[in-house]
Ligand binder design. Structure first.
Ligand code: GLV
Ligand code: GLV
Length: 343
């Protein structure tokens, strides 16, 4: 039997590629850049598996271009780039990489909190410019973090990890939940409170966004939302850019409606909203939330394990459309039995 062919749309850590090379013909985009749409579609024509990026749209046109496809593995936890319903209609399994980048992304959110609170990037720019004349009592005064109120928008895996990291700073923690479900870990560990979105806006000193991008969360933060925040508040986004209406954010930062913003993601990546780059109270990072050696390696091996399972016709570990492998009760029963055998 000839080996299946897997296309990886951009070089990922070798640990994942090596696992796949044992059983498949692996082709990696040779260019260190995102493929054009036409290049992507041409590259997947004869592939049984594709590992792709959050920058690629995985939709009906993509699936049409890959008629032999047995599985698509996203090299990302966020999957707003995938039309999961379309994949399911075609019985093509799709997977993402949850869990392995939780701490890295949560730590990145903290980097942005401290950078905005203490004006780190702005101060760094002044040092490098040669303009600093020596210590001064009123220079670069920022805000303290200890004892302040942290607002978590979307208390899933990453939001929970981020909030738990606040323990060293004795923060009061508020969170919102789109499902209305309470987060027992946050409530038990931090006495965190589930609050309506408007309460979080009004009371938080630091807001950190960890919700996926959905039709409900697109532009969740617009001029009206910024208007309800404290004038001293900072907002941090390591989730998806379009959760913030970026033009409104620029206006809010310019006019002192809020104090600062730390952004790892943007509404129209790789572009930034006009005016954003000129604002000293914005800290901007090039979407590096998961960019640690540990996370990027684990993402590669998880994506590879997912791909190997899908090529074998099996359900991948972190599947986005598990129903195509059979009714849910079957899996529930199976995991019950596994649990029972272990006990
Ligand atoms: C990165 O943004 C990811 O979703 O993994
Ligand atoms: C999902 O996006 C998560 O919080 O891991």
């Amino acid at each position: 039997m000839s080996k299946p062919k897997i296309f990886i749309t951009r070089r990922i850590p070798d640990a994942g590629i090596d696992m796949l090379a044992e059983v498949a013909e692996v082709v990696v985009n040779p260019e260190d850049r995102t493929l054009s749409r036409a290049e992507l579609l041409a590259s997947v024509a004869d592939c049984q598996g594709v590992i792709g990026l959050l920058t690629e749209k995985i939709d009906a046109e993509f699936f049409d271009a890959a008629p032999k496809l047995k599985g698509y593995a996203n090299y990302a936890v966020g999957y707003d780039n995938i039309d999961v319903a379309e994949a399911t209609r075609r019985s093509i399994p799709v997977s993402n990489t949850p869990g392995v980048l939780t701490d890295a992304t949560a730590e990145c959110a903290w980097a942005l909190i401290f950078a905005t609170a203490r004006r780190v990037a702005e101060a760094d720019r002044v040092m490098r410019s040669g303009a600093w004349q020596g210590w001064g009592p009123l220079q670069f005064i920022g805000q303290g973090v200890r004892g302040k109120t942290l607002g978590i928008v979307g208390a899933g895996r990453i939001g929970t990890a981020m909030a738990l990291m606040s323990r060293g700073f004795d923060m009061r923690v508020l969170y919102t939940s789109s499902s209305g479900r309470r987060n027992a870990v946050l409530e038990d560990t931090l006495k965190a409170r589930l609050v309506p979105f408007d309460t979080l806006l009004a009371e938080a000193d630091f807001i950190s966004i960890h919700t996926p991008l959905t039709p409900d969360t697109r532009h969740l933060f617009d001029a009206a939302a910024f208007g309800r925040m404290k004038r001293t508040a900072c907002i941090v986004n390591t989730a998806r850019g379009p959760v913030i209406k970026e033009d409104d954010l620029v206006d809010a930062l310019k006019n002192g409606v809020i104090a600062g913003a730390g952004l790892d993601v943007f509404e129209r990546e790789p572009a930034m909203a006009p005016g954003l780059a000129g604002l000293d109270n914005a800290v901007v990072l090039p979407h590096i939330g998961s960019a640690t050696v540990e996370s990027r390696t684990d993402m590669a091996t998880l994506a590879a394990r997912n791909m190997l399972a899908m090529l074998a016709g099996q359900r991948p570990e972190t599947c986005l459309n598990p129903d195509i492998f059979g009714p849910a009760f079957f899996d529930a029963e199976r995991s019950d039995r596994k649990g029972g055998a272990k006990a």
